[in-house]
Write a protein that binds this ligand. Structure first.
Ligand SMILES: [Zn+2]
Ligand SMILES: [Zn+2]
Length: 352
């Protein structure tokens, strides 16, 4: 089997060939059909995250070992399985839930594997889908596609799930009654517009510096798209907000500027959910956190039950969450370079 691997942080990816593995126990072998290229791969390849104040989070110290085959947004075709697996048939297409944990702790057993302290994430802690085949540890992480196209379905495993899980953390009544503010109209921001609507949301005000992306957000149904560099940006947002105040903010950027503006925008009882990993540190006036009774919450990917619910929501509503560009497996490096330069619209999905 062919794999495209990180052999050294920041160095060009290398193509390797290895024997096709024979699934043992509960393992399932998939022939890869589609693998989405995620912004997280860029951080993995580069080896860390900027934590602000000059600090970096090293992924090597967080259990990421090289060589690594990245790729955590995978759809494959079942080709073989271990002796402890039943109820699978050769040729079935499956979306892979990648955010696996140890399988034994309280979090894992309560269906919150993505909060496990010993993550075994496919494409981060164990080999992922930038390869011709993918070995998954257990059939529980395989989700039927419900008729979805493999290329469209692959990004649901990370970017789709990240959006969905974040939106589900907001109070559903407020979401239906009042416009929400979303920072960033890249891939996640645009996905959130479609999912927000499918969940019965009142409307989304997008904050985005790029004019092309603002236009794309309006086309995707945003009720307003504001340039944060405008002097009166905050006033423009409040003008578009329900009753001119904001209770829910979703930050897909996660930069110092967005964190500051989100805090200022929120009204009493407001809720900020931060998803973006751009980097930096927040400088919030702490007394206002109490006085405004704000909730600030992080959200990281999502759970297996949430991914199943998302696939159902997308299939039932025939949602087109994100435009995809198909490239060959050899083009992962180019895709990462393009992501780094901010030159990708929608999602690159590689196929072997
Ligand atoms: Zn991802
Ligand atoms: Zn666990």
């Amino acid at each position: 089997m062919k794999s495209v691997q990180v052999v050294e942080f920041g160095a060009p990816l290398a193509e390797t060939n290895a024997e096709l593995p024979t699934p043992q126990g509960t393992e399932v072998l998939l022939r890869m059909r589609a693998a989405g290229v995620c912004h997280t791969d860029l951080h993995l390849w580069q080896g860390g995250y900027d934590l602000g104040h000059g600090r970096m989070m090293s992924l090597q110290e967080r259990g990421v070992h090289l060589p690594l085959t990245m790729g955590h947004e995978n759809v494959g075709e079942v080709v073989a399985w271990g002796p402890e697996v039943d109820q699978l048939q050769s040729g079935e297409l499956r979306l892979v839930y990648p955010w696996l944990g140890c399988g034994h702790c309280d979090e894992c057993r309560s269906g919150r594997e993505n909060y496990c302290l010993k993550p075994d994430t496919i494409g981060i802690n164990r080999p992922g889908g930038y390869a011709s085949y993918l070995l998954v540890p257990h059939p529980r992480c395989l989700i039927p596609l419900q008729g979805l196209d493999p290329i469209a379905a692959a990004p649901l495993a990370c970017s789709g799930l990240t959006c969905f899980s974040a939106l589900k953390k907001f109070d559903a009544d407020i979401l239906k009654k009042r416009a929400m503010v979303v920072f960033g109209a890249g891939g996640l921001g645009l996905m959130s517009l479609h999912l927000h609507k499918a969940l019965g949301g009142r409307g989304v005000i997008v904050i985005e510096p790029d004019a092309g992306r603002r236009a794309a957000a309006l086309e995707a149904g945003a009720i307003a798209a504001v340039d944060p560099n405008d002097r009166d940006a905050q006033a423009q947002v409040l003008q578009a907000a329900t009753d001119h105040h904001v209770l829910q903010v979703l930050d897909f950027v996660g930069a110092e500027q967005t964190a500051a503006m989100a805090f200022d925008l929120l009204s009493k009882g407001g809720h900020l959910i931060s998803v973006g990993l751009f980097g930096g540190a927040a400088d919030w006036p702490l007394p206002l956190l109490a006085i405004k009774a704000l909730t600030i919450q992080g959200s990281y990917v999502g759970s297996l039950p949430e991914l199943k619910a998302l696939v159902q929501l997308v299939a039932e509503n025939d949602l087109k969450l994100i435009p995809t560009q198909q490239r060959s497996l050899d083009a992962v490096q180019d895709a990462l370079n393009d992501l780094d330069k901010g030159q990708v619209t929608g999602r690159v999905v590689v196929t072997p």
